[in-house]
Design a protein around this ligand. Structure first.
Ligand code: ADE
Length: 253
């Protein structure tokens, strides 16, 4: 995990298509209404399209064409939503914002974590000798953020020196983590910075479609025994921080 300083710049492997021409449409996913409501207020020329029980907001956000959508919580909702954005709305890249539980010890509520790699922590075929998190018979273990989008997000954090920002692995699973033992296990198995319930499935869809993506999460809790209380209290701060980073990122595209 890397704490962002004024000189941080990352090289990492990228998908072969690279983000982002200013005319290209960006798909933006939030799992819950709260995670997108701040951003939706800034959208212009918005058209609402309903599909699969979801509302897709097509329009202009901070000068860029976007389709924004609340996917619902969990990996299947997020993956299905991401695939609709790619197949039906023809988005050229995917960005997910929202909140996450902090896993590394030096990460606290309000901090930002930009994911450089993504793993599904609840995938487990270790009885066949696989590493926990490895999706059987896939050629990758962790999905990697697009290099250009990742660096844009890192640059964006430098406009917000009041927010402590980190770059590291985000892991996802269909569980809200609220126990010291479980979060310690996740840290040990995955060397993760943050845990939540969607991003690694969005990353998998992006990988399968060869679409650039990055995920920006703000910490709402430390995934330990007090997590449910902290989560409720810190969601508004988390949403404010992740939206602010996204806005700065758009300004740099
Ligand atoms: N999203 C925010 N906090 C979380 C946690 N502790 N576990 C899973 N998803 C989360």
């Amino acid at each position: 995990m890397i704490l962002i300083t004024s000189t941080t710049f990352l090289g990492c492997s990228s998908s072969s298509k690279s983000a982002t021409n200013t005319k290209e449409t960006i798909g933006i996913i939030g799992a819950m209404n709260e995670e997108l409501e701040v951003l939706l207020k800034d959208m212009k020329d918005t058209k609402e399209v309903k599909k699969n029980d979801l509302t897709f907001y097509e329009g202009n956000l901070w000068g860029k064409p976007v389709v924004a959508v609340v996917s619902g919580v969990g990996k299947v909702n997020a993956a299905s939503c991401a695939q609709i954005l790619v197949s039906e709305f023809k988005v050229n890249s995917l960005i997910n914002i929202g909140v996450a539980g902090g896993v590394s010890k030096d990460i606290y509520p309000g901090d930002i974590v930009i994911g450089d790699t993504y793993v599904q922590h609840d995938v487990d075929t270790s009885v066949f000798g696989d590493k926990v998190g490895q999706i059987p018979r896939m050629d990758v273990y962790d999905f990697k953020a697009d290099e250009k989008l990742l660096n844009l997000a890192i640059e964006a954090t430098k406009d917000h020196t009041d927010i402590k920002s980190h770059v590291g692995r985000i892991v996802s699973g269909d569980q809200f983590i609220a126990s010291h033992d479980k979060v310690a296990e996740i840290e040990k198995n995955f060397n993760a910075s943050a845990v939540e319930m969607e991003s690694a499935s969005i990353a998998q869809v992006a990988y399968l479609n060869n679409i650039p993506f990055v995920i920006i999460r703000s910490i709402s809790d430390n995934a330990n025994n007090g997590a449910t209380m902290d989560y409720k209290e810190f969601i508004p701060i988390g949403v404010k921080n992740s939206t602010a980073i996204l806005k700065s990122m758009f300004e740099k595209m």
